[in-house]
Design a protein. Sequence first.
Length: 198
Amino acid sequence: MQRVSPNSNGSTNSTALVLLNTRNLRDYKSVGEMIQPNSKSPWGNYFAFLHVPIPKVKPGNSQFSDPSKFVRKTHEVIKRKRSSFGVVLTGMLLEMMKKCRNPEAVARHIYRTTTNSSMVISNVMGPMEKLSLANHPIKGMYFTIVGTPESLQVTMISYAENLRLVVRAEQGFIDSELYTRSLHDALDMILHDACGKQ
C-alpha cells in the first residue's frame, strides 16, 4: 500500500479474514461412519474465522526490517488467535445459528462478514504423494473460493511437497504487475534471510 500511495497519512486500516478448518481430523473415518448419528467425526465442513489486522509497514521500522522475524511474529499471532476461545465461540455461534434458524442464515452471516473484510486467506493441506486421475498423473492443483464479495483473496494448497499460491482480486482493485513484483521481492527477502541464517 505504501508503494502505491507513499504520501498517505496512514489512517487506512486493513483486515484479513483467516478461515480455519475446525473439523476433527484425528483419524480417518469412512463416509458410512461419518454419516452415522452421534459420530465422533461427523460429515460436513466445520470452520471458524479470525479477523487479523494487517500491520502498517513503514520504511525504517525495525520491527519489520528482518523478514524472518516478521514471519515468526506473524506465525505466533495467528497461532495464538487460532487457539483462542474466540474461535470456539465463532464455531458454536455458527452451529447454533444453523440449528435455530437454517443454513441460509449462516451463509448470509458469513457473506456479511467477508464483505467487511479487506482480504480473505485460506489454505488446504493437500496429499503428500502424487495423484493420478484415470492413469494420468496430476502435475499440480490449486483452489480458490468463488462467489465471495471480498476484493482480495489468497489461497494456498500443498501437493506432493510443493506449495501453490493463488491470488484472486477484484478487477481494477490492484495493479497485478506491481503486486506480483512486490510478492516476489518479499519472498526473495524471506528466502535470502532464512538461507543466510543457516
